[in-house]
Design a protein around this ligand. Structure first.
Ligand code: BES
Ligand code: MN
Ligand code: MN
Length: 449
């Protein structure tokens, strides 16, 4: 346990913020550190795979002939720490308070990605063989929409050949409740530029006679949804695959208190969402459009009477299973053009996209993981989806034809992407135990050669 904690702290001290060009050196340092962790665990053929963007870190152990091969995936990059003033402890000085370890990346994903590495170490360092074959592939661009890992998997499917992927980058539904995530939403992330002319204008001299880019941006984004939260883009929903009745019933049976969710987890004044759908459908199986920020115009001290000529909007759609990211990008762009006021030019740039993915909970790789987790946590494992996205999961299914087993050990209050991110340390240790037991169970199965 002490070694696990020390490894995690040292990894977390590296500010590997992949979206920040200034941090490029640190992201590389994190890649090297990841490789060191792989080697220390006893993995073989450990090396960095260079390409566009940040390196992939790969390693393997393939000495269990006739046994399943798992592709262990994780990411060593993290989200930016800001707003930094809201952290109670410095984001890159990992701090233990009680059972929690606070730092950026503690749960997303270093603390969970370390579970798989130490599960290997546990077998190999005591001279035991692994009960299964493993290939490790960790990336450094998950949080910034980088293409390196997907182009690598497409170009070298033989290098990642496996029977299933194994990923620790999701959450448990509730503390103490072992959870396997069997569905993720996809995403289309875009930047919209709204222009009305070449220069800002005096709002007295020109106001009333010319359009305003900030106002146009506001009109455009509010036109994309109605007041109740329905997306108002024709054909947007076409092809969406709804959850099965059985899956909906299993969601209804989850232990859940909607008031506590609103007040203590989401901490919003009221819940809001698409009419006709329950909360889990809204979060897990329905598409969304969210505005992340609108920039432009004047928001400084005091007053400035200006008509801004440009505004920028960052927005994204989460995709349900069945929605094609390319088609959604096109529909979004067409919709924006059609609602843009007269005299307004819009340009939509897609910054990244990925399809949704669903996993069959009856799959034997999922079932064995659920049993191993039940043994360690002492409770029946539940199957949930998550509204978040892990872009590579869809590709593992599409290119390799394998299921992804998502055994997340994060908690709903881990503050992913937010200030005061933390990981609940007992879950890291129990996670290692659960993964080790999972591999022992899988090792009792033989795969067809
Ligand atoms: N690990 C998260 C996704 C996640 C969080 C899944 C919680 C399930 C439960 C991942 O690192 C993430 O944040 N993904 C981004 C992807 C985007 C940047 C392309 C996301 O979902 O916003
Ligand atoms: Mn993650
Ligand atoms: Mn993330």
């Amino acid at each position: 346990m002490e070694e696990v904690l020390n490894d995690l702290k040292e990894w977390l001290r590296i500010p590997s913020v992949s979206s920040d060009p200034e941090a490029a050196g640190e992201v590389r340092r994190a890649a090297e550190f990841t490789a060191m962790l792989f080697r220390k665990a006893g993995l073989e053929n450990v090396h960095l795979i260079e390409g566009e963007g940040f390196p992939l870190v790969s390693g393997d152990w393939l000495h269990a002939p006739g046994k399943p091969t798992l592709l262990c995936y994780g990411h060593y990059d993290v989200q930016p720490a800001d707003p930094i003033e809201l952290w109670r402890t410095p984001p890159f000085e990992p701090t233990v308070i009680g059972d929690n370890l606070y730092a950026r990346g503690a749960a997303d994903d270093k603390g969970l990605a370390l579970i798989l590495i130490h599960a290997v170490q546990r077998f190999l360092k005591s001279g035991e063989a692994l009960p299964v074959n493993v290939r490790f592939l960790y990336e450094g661009e998950e949080e910034s929409g980088g293409e390196h890992v997907s182009s690598y998997v497409r170009a070298h499917p033989e290098a990642v050949a496996c029977d299933a992927a194994l990923i620790c980058d999701t959450e448990m539904f509730a503390p103490e409740l072992p959870t396997i995530c069997v569905g993720l939403r996809g995403i289309v992330y875009a930047e919209l530029s709204v222009e009305t002319g070449e220069v800002d204008l005096h709002s007295g001299v020109y106001g009333g006679g010319v359009p305003n880019a900030m106002e146009a941006a506001a009109r455009i984004v509010t036109a994309l949804k109605d007041d109740e939260g329905r997306i108002r883009i024709a054909e947007f929903d076409e092809g969406v695959i709804p959850p099965t009745q059985a899956e909906m019933r299993s969601w209804a049976a989850l232990p859940f208190d909607e008031i506590a969710y609103q007040k203590e987890e989401a901490r919003v004044f009221a819940l809001h969402g698409e009419p006709g759908y329950g909360l889990f459908e809204r979060l897990w199986s329905r598409p969304t459009i969210e505005i992340h920020g609108i920039g432009g115009g004047f928001t400084g001290e005091g007053a400035k009477t200006v008509i801004p000529c440009v505004a920028t909007v960052k927005l994204s759609c989460r995709l349900a299973p069945g929605q094609d990211p390319v088609r959604i990008g096109r529909l979004l762009s067409d919709a924006i053009e059609s609602v843009a006021p007269v005299g307004v030019r819009t340009t939509l740039k897609i910054l990244g996209s990925a399809a949704a993915s669903v996993v069959d909970p009856e799959n034997p790789f999922v079932r064995e993981a659920a049993e191993a987790m039940r043994e360690v946590f002492g409770q029946q494992t539940v199957f949930t989806r998550s509204g978040g996205s892990i872009p590579i999961v869809g590709l593992f299914n599409e290119v390799l034809g394998v299921p992804s087993v998502m055994t997340g050990f994060g908690l709903p209050d881990d503050n992913l992407h937010a200030p005061n991110e933390k990981v609940y340390l007992p879950n890291v240790y129990r996670g290692i135990e659960a993964i080790a037991r999972y591999w022992v169970r899988l090792g009792e199965r033989t795969v067809k050669q």
